[in-house]
Design a protein around this ligand. Structure first.
Ligand code: CP
Length: 360
């Protein structure tokens, strides 16, 4: 199923050359932001945030304003007609007739793709549940390019809530496309990286190992990507409390790290990085958030200038088959097509909205 508009749902839908072009544009904008101050004069961006956000929402809004455009939208669905039961389909149809580009964050996986199916303008995925966060990945890649001067040959530790962390899912998919990047996943057995992400890493020719403690990995890392244990994604308070405070990066652990290791975090943090790390020159998470504006300026400019069509659904529709993931948008908005791709294994189908696998 094709849309006549260009959407960014998953970075993997674009070749690496496209990501590089966006990142290079982000670097240019960082050097001379004033040169781009009127590139979006007369354009409107709508931000539909069904889930709380500080950085993504405000950096997108700042990006559009710095490009000369204007913004509309909501940051609390309770103040919109979503509270009256309006579907993503209808909200998107209407708002996309007001705006030139639409940015959506939603607590359920696949919501951005659902929005793109009906939108009459480009849609950008600003985070869909625990699934993907491609614009955080562009921010992370831009940060690595500027601060490490490369995207290949890095050993990257990812620590914390790897099962629910859409930022680490998107970043693994992206970095595994570059040569000789190695991943060390630091988590409890309950919070391990999902199997489908590990399969993608292997298929892309990258390697990973899984460890339980930060101490055993930190000395080998070029980049440590910390993540928050995401309370809102746990089924019960008990399950969250069992994981809370498992990983805390403090100045003593930083003594074990390389002199040029950098610490990234998509933020917000709770208690997984103590404030004494903030003054360490290797702490790069606030700079990373600042670079998010340049990455998003580059993305908005690219999307508004290219105007390509997008193939949103490539698989087969099985009306009688239901995705097993309760946090998939197809189990919340029932009009959506039950579209699955073949996984290569004939007993497994992959949902085209949330990427989870289903045994048939
Ligand atoms: N990194 C990130 O997505 O932060 P927000 O949730 O504040 O947007």
């Amino acid at each position: 199923m094709f849309s006549e508009y260009q959407h960014l749902i998953d970075l993997s839908d674009y070749p690496v050359s496209w990501w590089k072009k966006v990142i290079e544009l982000g670097e240019k904008i960082k050097e001379n932001p004033k040169d781009f101050a009127h590139e979006c004069d007369g354009k409107i961006m709508a931000t539909l945030f069904y889930e709380p956000s500080t950085r993504t929402q405000m950096s997108f809004q700042t990006a559009m304003i710095r490009l000369g455009g204007q913004i509309i939208g909501f940051d609390n669905p309770a103040n919109s007609s979503v509270s009256k039961g309006e579907t993503i389909k209808d909200t998107t149809k209407i708002v996309s007739s007001y705006a030139d580009i639409l940015v959506i964050r939603h607590p359920v996986a696949g919501a951005a793709k659902a929005a793109a199916l009906t939108a009459d303008c480009s849609v950008i995925n600003a985070g869909d549940g625990g699934h993907l966060h491609p614009t955080q990945t562009l921010t992370d890649l831009l940060t690595l390019k500027i601060e490490k001067k490369k995207l290949s040959g890095l050993t990257i530790g990812m620590c914390g809530d790897l099962i629910n962390g859409r930022t680490v899912h998107s970043l693994c998919k992206a970095l595994s496309m570059f040569e000789n990047d190695k991943f060390i996943f630091i988590s409890t057995p309950e919070l391990r990286m999902p199997a489908y992400i590990k399969d993608i890493i292997k298929a892309n020719g990258s390697t990973f190992e899984e460890v339980d403690t930060l101490e055993e990995a930190i000395g080998n890392l070029d980049v440590l990507y910390m993540t928050r244990i995401q309370q809102e994604r746990f089924a019960s308070a008990e399950e969250y409390l069992a994981q809370k405070n498992t990983y805390v990066l403090d100045h003593r652990k930083m003594l074990l790290a390389k002199k040029d290791m950098i610490v990234l975090h998509p933020l917000p943090r709770v208690d997984e990085i103590t404030v004494d790390v903030d003054d360490d020159s290797r702490a790069m998470y606030f700079t990373q958030a600042k670079y998010g504006v340049f990455a998003r300026m580059a993305l908005i400019l690219t999307m508004l200038s290219e105007k390509k069509s997008t193939e949103l659904l490539k698989g087969k529709i099985y009306n009688a088959v239901k995705c097993d993931n309760p946090r998939c948008i197809t189990n919340h908005e029932h009009y959506l097509p039950k579209s699955f791709r073949s996984s290569g294994d004939e007993t497994l189908l992959e949902c085209e909205f949330c990427d989870e696998r289903k045994l048939i």
